[in-house]
Structure formats: structure tokens, C-alpha cells
Design a protein around this ligand. Structure first.
Ligand code: BGC
Length: 256
């Protein structure tokens, strides 16, 4: 029997602290072929409420095909093992089962920063830098997400946003949300990020940092202030990376 042809168009969903975004991705080019539709993250963001919004997004596109979902938690073989910026009731949840049931089809789930990293690796600038040596992608948003690549292989669920810095989780001090909450200038915030990068550099000796998350759209405002002996590049897919990476992952075999 002929092998089933891999899907070319897959829907990706990125669950964030403030918004849940979705769109249909053409995996041949790693680009959205629809708008990126956004619905506010429900409060509290329980598994049931989030699954409801994901289902709304699927309905918005009248999408009948495959779906991948990226969530801001540790995800091991479909199960959630942490919940920093999402309702605590996610811990222990079988997320793949939850979304598969809500959407009446098999759904694959992975960590949001890993999704962004995989998208950058397969379709973005990182393709050039992350396939040889050590690369760390960081997403700055409500929290700080991380994806570590060694010679193009992902070490899943790295959670570098929770490293201790200034006596607290680094993400409480250096995320994009911290910049907004504390009304920091780009320069002042970049000084914090530089300190964070220095800590990561000491621990992992990366060749390159890829700076992602919503802020990567404004890289011109803060890149001039960032310093590191590792190369620093802006993520190319900007705020589409989570959606594209989730779609890419849904089309793969094997689980993270
Ligand atoms: C979570 C990570 C997530 C990151 C970005 C952190 O608080 O622990 O799993 O990747 O936020 O959303």
C-alpha cells in the first residue's frame, strides 16, 4: 500500500498568557496562508476554557484538517508538567487528549518556546546558525521561554526562564511583561536582558542567541543595547513562530 502523503497545510495554535492565536500554515514554506486570528486568553485559563477557545479558532477557519497546539508549559508526551503563566489546574493534564476530544481529531501538543524554536530552525534565520554548535532561542513575552539546539537537535522543555537571577525567576525580571509593567525604557530593559544572557552564556557557552517572542518585531529598539560574546540574532518569524512550529510538529511522527 502506498505511504500516506504528509499534510501540506496544517493549522497551528499558540496559547499565550494574553492571547490565543491560530492560523493555517503551508508547511512547504513555513508561512501562514490565512490571517493570524487572535482571541483573548480566558481567565482563568483552565484546560476546559482554553480548549473551548481553540475550538472557536478551528471553527473560525472552518478547518477540518490536522491541528498542532503550543502551550506555555512543560509538555512530555502530551502530558503537562508545569503551569507558570496559565491556570495551575493544567498540571497533570493530558493536553493531547483534552484538545483531541474538543476538536474530534488527533491533536499534537508541545511547549510554546520549543514550537517557536522548531519554526525558526526549519524556516527562519536559525536554519543558518542553529544546525552547527549550540543555539539558544529565547521568547520574551508574558514569561521567558527557551529552546536549546545542539547541532540542530532540540533538547525539549528547557525552561530557562525560571533560572534564578536577582533572587527571583529571571522571567519576573527580564520578560517583555516586566518591561511593560515596570515601564522600563528599551535601554534599561536591554541591560537586564544582557545580564540574563551573560548568565546563560556562563552555563551553556552557546554560539548564538536567537531572540524571539512579540518583542522581536521591535528588535531595532533594543538590539543596539544588547551585549554578549555569543552572536545575537532576531527571530525571523516574529510572533508567527509559535503557530508555525505547532503546525510543523503536528505533521511529524514521534513525540517530544
Ligand atoms: C513557562 C514556559 C514557557 C514560557 C514562555 C514560562 O513561564 O514555564 O513553559 O515556554 O513561559 O511562554
Amino acid at each position: 500500500m502506498a505511504k500516506k502523503k504528509a499534510a501540506v497545510k496544517v493549522m497551528g495554535v499558540d496559547v499565550g498568557g494574553s492571547g490565543i492565536k491560530g492560523g493555517i500554515v503551508d508547511l512547504r514554506i513555513g508561512e501562514l496562508i490565512t490571517e493570524r486570528h487572535r482571541i483573548k486568553t480566558p481567565k482563568p485559563a483552565t484546560p476546559k476554557a482554553v480548549a473551548g477557545v481553540v475550538s472557536e479558532l478551528v471553527d473560525h477557519f472552518s478547518w477540518k484538517g490536522q491541528v498542532g497546539v503550543a502551550i506555555p508549559t512543560i509538555v512530555r508526551r502530551g502530558f503537562v508538567h508545569s503551569a507558570a503563566n496559565i491556570d495551575k489546574s493544567w498540571v497533570g493534564e493530558n493536553a493531547e487528549k483534552r484538545f483531541s476530544k474538543a476538536l474530534s481529531r488527533p491533536v499534537r501538543v508541545l511547549n510554546d518556546a520549543d514550537a517557536a524554536g522548531l519554526a525558526e530552525l526549519h524556516y527562519g534565520t536559525a536554519a543558518e546558525y542553529a544546525t552547527d554548535g549550540v543555539a539558544i532561542l529565547l521568547t520574551f513575552g508574558t514569561g521567558i521561554g527557551s529552546a536549546i539546539f545542539v547541532d540542530g537537535q532540540l533538547l525539549p522543555n528547557s525552561e530557562l526562564g525560571h533560572l534564578q537571577l536577582q533572587g527571583d525567576d529571571a522571567e519576573h525580571w527580564a520578560s517583555a511583561k516586566a518591561r511593560e509593567d515596570e515601564k522600563l525604557s528599551w535601554k534599561a530593559w536591554a541591560a537586564r536582558v544582557t545580564k540574563y544572557l551573560a548568565h546563560l552564556e556562563f552555563l551553556f557557552s552557546p554560539d548564538v542567541f536567537i531572540i524571539g517572542g512579540g518583542v522581536s518585531r521591535q528588535s531595532a529598539d533594543f538590539f543596539p543595547y544588547l551585549k554578549s560574546s555569543a552572536r545575537i540574532i532576531a527571530a525571523e518569524l516574529e510572533n508567527r513562530a509559535g503557530v508555525v512550529g505547532a503546525a510543523w510538529y503536528a505533521a511529524q511522527e514521534g513525540a517530544l
